[in-house]
Design a protein around this ligand. Sequence first.
Ligand code: PLP
Length: 313
Amino acid sequence: MSTTSGTRNVLSAIGNTPCIELNHVVPEGCARVFIKLEGLNPTGSYKDRMACSIIEEAERRGDLKPGMTVVEATGGSTGSSLALVCAVKGYSFTVVSSDAFAEEKLKTMAAFGANVDIIHSPTGKITPQLIPSMRERARELSQADDHYYADQFSNHDVLVGYEGLGRELLEQMPGGIDAFCGAVGGAGMVMGVSKVLKSHNPNCHVTVLEPASAPVITKGYGGQHSVEGIGIGFLPPMLNKELYDEALAIEEAEGRAMARRLAREEGILAGTSTGLNVAAAIHLAKQLGPGKTVVTVACDTGLKYVRGDLYNQ
Ligand SMILES: Cc1ncc(COP(=O)(O)O)c(C=O)c1O
């Protein structure tokens, strides 16, 4: 998907992921459920798509030039993807993250050469204050000369990358998509995909998901949770009411149980946000019934979480 794909560097391996049907975890009498395996992107996450579009759109406008430093606040998935793109393109990358997120992600960013600045989370959890404080620090750092703040939560260049995911789904699902759902952090993935799906079929039902313990979208207040990448503690600025039909809060425990079932019964090793996505897709598939099609996304690979408690209980 990268505009540099013709040069056949690693960025040309981003996107074009398979979309497969779930055969074992979906009960009888439901709609069919398909999942796009985004863990197969180079850093194991759909964030590779947006890291590429953030950097390449900024280059295209002339906002980002050789020799500059990219700055971002991230739990580590966006950071790993930006670190990859910056490594390939030769930019320095400074990232503000936290020890509330998987050590694998923090080490991945460093392995790609990023300069990682950690904000300590005393509870080890993602609290409503954590992401805003990381963003504040990133904003401060980006005031320096020749620094470019990627600002994933407000940067609409993110959508360009995810529209590609939507276009792939249209090609992969020629029989049509009745419903699409996805858990939201910055909301870029669901908004970018929905823009494409709804312009093709305005009746495609789009559902945004969040952890029930941090119900900012459904109830207006935050809370602590352990689902990396989503439930950011504030309404994501990119969440556009015209691009979704419904918001659902899913219990974190249900998402974690589903992530474990996905590994054991479908051979899909993913993270907790993917567990939430599939749990919600099955709720929607029960409501829609046979003859309909629900699609969701495996956000990332579970290899990012093997040292945590997701697969160790
Ligand atoms: C593992 C994981 N799942 C889901 C999301 C949510 O994606 P988005 O920010 O596009 O809403 C993220 C974002 O950081 C993530 O890292």
